[in-house]
Design a binder for this molecule. Structure first.
Ligand code: SF4
Ligand code: MG
Length: 331
């Protein structure tokens, strides 16, 4: 069921003094109701910008964002925009900086209700706050209601941040690196909690991350982004077991081995050089300067390779993906 397609969106973001940058270039995907969709890539690939576009924190210069059959980019009345901003919530990377340090947990949870004119009734607010704290397993809720953010652990803060997105009963939650600032030992626990909440309440998530290993555990489907474009898209397990794009292959090789005591060892990407600036996109396949499979056709071609369907629901954008994957199979 197609429910949340983002069609041919181009966002131009002003950067520096002279240049316009295409942070997101002709990105198109559908998120299905009730799934967890992952957007994966290195920093600067446009994944956070895509999240901000979906949140209506930025407007695309081209394209449509369809939510429940309506083009979000053309919502005009304040009421429509307000309704959308209740339906779609965001969990940010750093729960500490996204929370007012002078707010108790009860105030953090009451704020969206007050801003959105939902209720001023203290009993109702108290009830909703307790419900959402139960939902994120901060129990008993009474024990957490009067704490300030500094009296919570990183994991507890991210639970409060998750609880805060729930008070307006949204349908869709965008989580931008929700666990990257949390202690390694509590990350799985927090993702597990988020998944339980998602299943419990029938929510749909967009999970934005650079971390393929959590994406595999967490997501139903993923899209891999490179310099503003999607290079591969499909079922999460399928992409990790059978990556077709050279960039995805490199990302997977870079996932650290789960050796005890070595969890922090990030291997270097088996690709050449650094990610180029979005202000200076290479011609042809924009991955070519870093690709170990690049051939003249990859940069003599002026256009980016299109995303094509290889097998059921598995898409890839590479001129040479068939040859490359045949070579791999022979070895
Ligand atoms: Fe590499 Fe060419 Fe494929 Fe781009 S099109 S990923 S440069 S092989
Ligand atoms: Mg980011």
């Amino acid at each position: 069921k197609k429910w949340f397609p983002l069609r041919r969106t181009i966002s131009e973001v002003f950067q520096g003094k002279r240049r316009w940058v295409r942070a997101v270039d002709s990105v198109s995907f559908d998120i299905r109701k009730g799934e967890i969709f992952g957007l994966i890539g290195e920093s600067g690939c446009g994944k956070s910008t895509t999240g901000r576009l979906l949140m209506k924190l930025e407007e695309p210069t081209e394209g449509q964002i369809i939510f429940k059959g309506e083009d979000v980019t053309s919502l005009s009345s304040t009421d429509e925009i307000k309704k959308y901003k209740e339906d779609v919530q965001m969990i940010f990377q750093d729960p500490y900086s996204s929370m007012n340090p002078r707010f108790r947990v009860r105030d953090v949870l009451a704020e969206p209700l007050i801003i959105h004119n939902k209720t001023k009734d203290p009993y109702e607010i108290e009830n909703i706050a307790k419900n959402v704290l139960n939902e994120v397993k901060l129990t008993p809720p009474e024990e957490f209601m009067d704490r300030y953010p500094h009296m919570l652990s990183g994991g507890q803060r991210q639970r409060v941040a998750t609880a805060r997105t729930l008070v307006l009963s949204p349908d869709f939650i965008i989580a931008d690196e929700p666990v990257s600032m949390i202690d390694l030992s509590t990350r799985a626990e927090i993702l597990h909690m988020m998944k339980e909440v998602q299943q419990d309440l029938g929510l749909t998530y967009l999970y934005i991350t650079h971390d393929l290993s959590t994406a595999r555990y967490f997501c139903d489907r993923i899209a891999v982004m490179y310099l503003g474009r999607i290079v591969e898209l499909g079922d999460a397990d399928e992409i990790i077991e059978r990556p077709l794009h050279p960039y995805t292959k490199a990302l997977i090789e870079a996932v650290p081995e789960p050796l005890p005591g070595k969890e922090n060892v990030i291997k270097e990407l088996p690709i050449k050089g650094e990610i180029p600036s979005a202000a200076n996109i290479p011609k042809g396949c924009r991955f070519h300067p870093r690709c170990i499979y690049a051939q003249p056709e990859c940069f003599e071609n002026v256009d980016d390779p299109e995303l094509v369907e290889d097998s059921n629901g598995h898409y890839v954008a590479c001129y040479r993906y068939k040859e490359i994957n045949q070579e791999v199979e022979k070895i």
